[in-house]
Design a protein around this ligand. Structure first.
Ligand SMILES: [Zn+2]
Length: 137
């Protein structure tokens, strides 16, 4: 189900809580909502649809990656400066991101995965994981 995008920074600043298998509906809603905004959005955290749950959805090439309870296990020392926008906010803002990150997470079947991300995908994952901490760009 496509949900409305939250723009209230008080709501967006709440730290998200871990998800369980029972939170599958939130994860599916997140994917549906990201797909509905495919033209202007490449990633979304559950906070953005009003659920303070640790789920993010990220576009990776032609498909979408759903990550539940993602945890960064390693990151590059090297960082770079760039600009990002956010569907919940107006305009673009400067940010600093790691070149690569390694993340463990549960996939949509709640199976544990470990993956290394670089480039644009790593940037999106970092942006969305910040949302889970209540951090906005
Ligand atoms: Zn955002």
């Amino acid at each position: 189900m496509v949900r409305e995008i939250v723009r209230d920074t008080a709501v967006l600043s709440r730290r998200a809580l871990p998800v369980t298998r029972r939170d599958r509906a939130v994860a599916e809603d997140l994917l549906d909502t990201l797909r509905a905004h495919a033209a202007d959005c490449v990633g979304m955290a559950a906070n953005m649809i009003g659920a303070a749950k640790r789920v993010i959805a990220v576009r990776a090439g032609q498909s979408y990656l759903l990550m539940m309870n993602p945890v960064v296990t390693a990151r590059s020392a090297e960082m770079y400066e760039t600009e990002e926008g956010c569907l919940s906010l107006v305009g673009v803002r400067p940010v600093r991101r790691h070149v690569w990150i390694e993340v463990t997470y549960r996939d949509r079947r709640f199976k544990e995965k470990a993956q290394r991300f670089t480039g644009f995908t790593a940037q999106i994952v970092q942006h969305e994981m910040d949302h889970l901490e209540g951090i906005l760009i």
